[in-house]
Ligand binder design. Structure first.
Ligand code: HEC
Ligand code: HEC
Ligand code: HEC
Ligand code: HEC
Length: 239
């Protein structure tokens, strides 16, 4: 009986090996020999095949869908309109038999490549002193530091993309805002003009308060005051 058991086990093992090893010559990936035709103008590689998450986001957005075959639905033509927008780079092109020396399918791109230059046809993001508009100095921009620091000290994304994306997309944000303790100044009585005068405006920085402010992907959010009090609005959940 023991030998019969061993034989049965041996048969199972041999069969299992057969399943694993024998069909290897025919277990090619389905579709492996069905090439996309890239000879027509434009890009025929479906970027969304691998970047389905990005496709779904773009497809649900109001902008940046007008480059491909449809103005209302996102497609691979929209992906390359942005990711090949930098015309100083040579990309691969099956229509003209171009191998692509700068980048093959895509390069990372700065929003301001299109939105900083009025000749690209995109609406210009002026007021940061970054566009080619003659009177764009950025002098009054409340978010000048936000945008310029995103450019100079952050390497997460290209140029000032972090700031553009933080405001213009549903990406969640978390900010540590430091507020000073007090505003201080002197009030003195001017005997000549018989009026009070204020002077020596200063900020008291001795113990600043840090508010941790966060906004989730719905635009809802909340704040943590010195890590003790939490206030939220909307759905109020940190993603
Ligand atoms: C077969 C899957 C596949 C297809 C098709 C594909 N990608 Fe990718 N892509 C990847 C993978 C994997 C990565 C991450 C690894 C890397 O950066 O090399 C990536 C990364 C990227 C990045 C980020 C690079 C970076 O440095 O942050 C961009 C932009 C990009 N792809 C754009 C595209 C565009 C545009 C297309 C269509 C022309 C495309 N991809 C088609 C798989 C794919
Ligand atoms: C390839 C060029 C290009 C790039 C890169 C690009 N955009 Fe655009 N953008 C456009 C064009 C063209 C329009 C107007 C047509 C449309 O809505 O698609 C537009 C529209 C917009 C609008 C709506 C403007 C309005 O007046 O309604 C916003 C906001 C915007 N883009 C922000 C961004 C941000 C943020 C980035 C970077 C993450 C970016 N864009 C990258 C070309 C570009
Ligand atoms: C409006 C311009 C625009 C369009 C359209 C666009 N992208 Fe992007 N994409 C960007 C920008 C800007 C970034 C950030 C690049 C950086 O600074 O690294 C980015 C980042 C990416 C990344 C890397 C970051 C990540 O989240 O993985 C991938 C991958 C990518 N895009 C793929 C795509 C694909 C696929 C499509 C088409 C479905 C597409 N993009 C359409 C502008 C665009
Ligand atoms: C502090 C938040 C903030 C930042 C940072 C920001 N924007 Fe804006 N942007 C706005 C607001 C607010 C509007 C006007 C919104 C409206 O009309 O509803 C706007 C408008 C725009 C428009 C439309 C202009 C037009 O002519 O129609 C574009 C394009 C744009 N921004 C792109 C960008 C780009 C690119 C960046 C990065 C350099 C950027 N923005 C940074 C808040 C921001």
């Amino acid at each position: 009986m023991r030998n019969a058991g061993r034989l049965a086990l041996l048969i199972v093992v041999v069969l299992a090996l057969g399943f694993l090893v024998l069909p290897s010559t025919v277990s090619l990936f389905a579709g492996q020999h069905d090439w996309y035709d890239i000879d027509t103008a434009g890009n025929q590689i479906p970027c969304q095949k691998c970047h389905a998450d990005i496709y779904v986001e773009l497809n649900g957005s109001p902008y940046h869908k007008g480059w491909g075959t449809s103005n209302t639905t996102a497609d691979e033509g929209d992906c390359v309109a942005c990711h090949q927008a930098n015309t100083s780079i040579t990309y691969a092109n099956g229509t003209t038999n171009q191998p692509g020396t700068g980048a093959h399918a895509a390069a990372t791109i700065a929003c301001m490549y299109c939105h900083g230059d009025s000749t690209t046809g995109a609406p210009v993001a002026g007021g940061f002193g970054l566009s080619n508009l003659a009177n764009d100095t950025g002098t009054y921009a409340a978010h000048f530091d936000f945008v310029s620091t995103a450019n100079s000290s952050s390497t997460i994304l290209l140029d000032e993309n972090e700031a553009c994306i933080a405001c213009h997309t549903h990406v969640a944000v978390k900010i540590n805002f430091t507020h000073y303790k007090a505003l201080e100044f002197d009030v003195t009585w001017n005997t000549t003009s018989s009026a009070y005068e204020t002077s020596n405006y200063a900020i008291n920085t001795s113990t600043g308060t840090v508010y941790t402010i966060w906004g989730n992907a719905n635009g809802d959010g909340g704040l943590l005051n010195n890590s003790t009090t939490t206030t939220t609005w909307g759905t109020g959940t940190w993603p």
